[in-house]
Write a protein that binds this ligand. Sequence first.
Ligand code: DCP
Ligand code: MG
Ligand code: MN
Length: 353
Amino acid sequence: GQKHDGSAATGPNEWLAKQFDDLHSKYEAMPGKNEFAIRGYQKTAGILRRTTYAITSGAQAKKIKGIGASMADRIDEFLTGAQGRAYYEDNEKARTMAVFHNVYGVGKKHAHDLWQQGARSLDDLRTKDFGLTEGQMVSSNVAVPLLTLQLGVELYEDLNTRISRDECRQIFQKIREAALAIDPDVWIEIMGSYRRGAESSGDVDILITRNPSDGITHVGVLKRLLASLHTSGILTHDLTTPSDYSALESKWMGVGRISPTAKYRRIDILTIPYDQWGAALIYFTGNEVFNRSLRLYARKKGFSLNQRGLYRGIIRDRKGEKMTEGEIIASRTEQDIFDVLGIRWRPPHERRP
Ligand code: DCP
Ligand code: MG
Ligand code: MN
């Protein structure tokens, strides 16, 4: 867009105006931006360009209609080269929001909300009341519950440290032993970045099912497994507990550690119906980008792929919303799904396009 007339481009205050343009674009790019403050920078840039004499101080600029005390301060900062509030705030804000964003479960929007509420450090989050109660959560889809926020802050260092391949394997071994002690016929597999061969992981992802051909399913195993692992101290905190323990498909998300002196680690445990094993394995092995491209490829061939299976006959409306459910045509093994798609099975370590 045209921000100013041609003559102003070489006006006496062009450099100063440009500084306000920069400030404007910097803040414009931030999530949850304050529209009012941002417009102030834009407006000041315009006024400076329309001023025909050179501005040499904030005090002088303040006499111009439309320039207030705060913009005059910014002008002084720019003219003297001082790292004033605009510079400092921008950087402190960016730094702090990055820290908040690294708290488990806190997204960009929530990080910004915390900043807006006045939180400036992890210590603030720890000692002051910045969280939302479970009740307030109902109306928010961006913030994490208070208890999760507190846990994320408490375990900040540990949860932001990568887990070595060896430690992932040890955690998995413990969980696997406990599961097989409950039912020796369950299938239990480690997925995510570990299965792709990563040297280190952000969390440990575990998938459980059981062949029901003898009339027995894995229902009941997760509940007993969680109890057993809590008793042995391997699992220490619950974040998301299954809503229905009698379902074949359920999810537990939480925290645990391999020994009382080890770091706390994020662990996900999922159970799925036996006939969806292959589809679930593909999905939870990832990575996310590989999943996206595989789903897109399936769609191009007239199928639809998700974590439960490869579907045929799903009809979507113009918005992409499903109009018919379709039928699952492959899901039991990864190979089944790749075969129908007509592409060669790729070993997990190759699934990172
Ligand atoms: N996944 C996905 N889309 C998402 C989240 C997850 O397709 N939005 C799939 C792909 C991931 C897998 O689930 O590989 C496991 O999710 P994680 O977040 O645990 O990711 P990774 O295990 O791949 O990496 P990390 O080492 O960070 O845990
Ligand atoms: Mg993972
Ligand atoms: Mn995970």
